[in-house]
Ligand binder design. Structure first.
Ligand SMILES: *Cc1c(COP(=O)(O)O)cnc(C)c1O
Length: 374
């Protein structure tokens, strides 16, 4: 069986270090927000290149608390994409703000800056740039728009840990950066976890207070907050994984280059990298007009690719009929029918990659032959 991701392979490749980290936490006397979380926050801030990092319970909370830290709430509009994990949009509503969704650009699948002007209103307060699949959104154009209209730029970096835009790590470029550490992410725990990064000390303090009942001092709630704490086990495991993040991302890039070469002549659109961008291939996403039969064929060979995502957020039952979008969502709606995430993770064996590529090649060879006979 070949799956899209394989978090257990990640565990096995760093097993001794992870088990040592777990033992250290078990016999320590703090299980939530202790020395491991503090160390992770310092190490992650140094890695990303920001003055602060704050551990939270998951990536959705990272976005919600970032918006709240920026002072957003009821009546405030936040522009983002519909072609994303539903979490991005759920987090905006969890912060009591209103999502406004725009389309993505073909080829890179990130926010289409040419639609920003169209959806801008007097209530717009922030833009969330989602670095989808491990590839940076166009932060030059989105950043310029945000500066011009005095909007906050929030980076949803949940799929792009370690990736860079013009040499700078993603998450450090906007006002605040949000990360999920869900097990299959490029930096993933063995459970839920999330991180917020920022260079703004006031925003950092706000997130830190919001994640635990509005406390600066224990038991003294200065503002209404909630519980979005990170536990010591996840933090200790994430510290191990952070040490290997750059080499794991290099492995992903290397595997992606193999796919690029093996699939280049087939009727598939392959992932592209924008000038100035570094891709960390959280997912290796191709598009095919023949997706259903291609997937059926791969499944027959015990290969199980993923689909990220089958239904755009604005067409989901939870949001359809009530969420505001740009007039033209054509790229997003076409992508939902065509995207396919091929198996790729740092430990993915080369021979499996060749097998997947061969099955795809044979599929198109046969379907060509079949068409020819008609
Ligand atoms: C995974 C993900 C999230 C949510 O993270 P959770 O840790 O699952 O809450 C948010 N945005 C994007 C783009 C993601 O991929």
């Amino acid at each position: 069986m070949i799956y899209c991701a394989n978090p257990a392979a990640q565990f096995h490749s760093h097993q001794a270090e992870i088990e040592a980290a777990i033992r250290r936490v078990l016999s320590g006397n703090r299980y939530i927000l202790g020395p491991e979380v503090e160390a992770l926050e310092q190490e992650f801030a140094a890695y990303i290149g920001t003055s602060s990092a704050i551990g939270v319970a998951n990536g959705t909370d990272a976005i919600e608390l970032s918006l709240r830290a920026l002072g957003l709430g009821r009546g405030d509009e936040v522009i983002t994409v519909s072609h994303t994990a539903v979490a991005t949009v759920a987090a905006i509503e969890a912060a009591s703000a209103t999502p406004v969704l725009v389309d993505v650009v073909p080829g890179y699948y990130t926010l289409d800056p040419s639609q920003l002007e169209e959806v801008l209103t007097t209530r717009t307060r922030a833009v969330i740039a989602v670095h989808l699949y491990g590839h940076p959104a166009d932060l030059d154009v989105i950043g310029a728009f945000c500066s011009k209209h005095k909007l906050a730029l929030v980076e949803d970096t949940s799929q792009a840990h370690g990736s860079r835009w013009r040499g700078k790590r993603l998450g450090s470029i906007g006002h605040i950066g949000c990360f999920s550490c869900y097990p299959t992410k490029n930096l993933g725990g063995i459970g839920d976890g999330g991180l917020v990064v920022t260079n703004d000390p006031q925003l950092a303090t706000n997130v830190r207070m919001l994640r635990e009942y509005g406390w600066r001092e224990r038991y003294i709630s200065e503002i209404p907050g909630r519980n979005s704490r990170l536990d010591e086990l996840q933090a200790a495991i994430l510290r191990v994984k952070l040490r290997h993040l750059d080499s794991d991302n290099a492995k992903r890039r290397n595997l992606a280059a193999h796919y690029d070469k093996l699939l280049q002549d087939l009727p598939l659109e392959l992932p592209q990298t924008r000038e100035g961008a570094e891709h960390v291939y959280h997912l290796y996403v191709v598009t095919s007009e023949d997706r259903a039969s291609l997937v059926a064929n791969l499944n027959k060979h015990n290969i199980f690719p993923g689909i990220h995502y089958p239904v755009p957020v604005h067409l989901q039952a939870a949001y359809a009929q009530r969420v505001t979008t740009a007039l033209n969502m054509g790229v997003t709606e076409a992508l939902a029918k065509e995207v396919l995430s091929l198996p790729l993770y740092p430990e993915f064996p080369n021979e499996d990659l060749f097998r997947v590529s061969k099955v795809i090649e044979d599929f198109f060879g046969q379907s060509k032959g079949r068409n020819a006979k008609q």
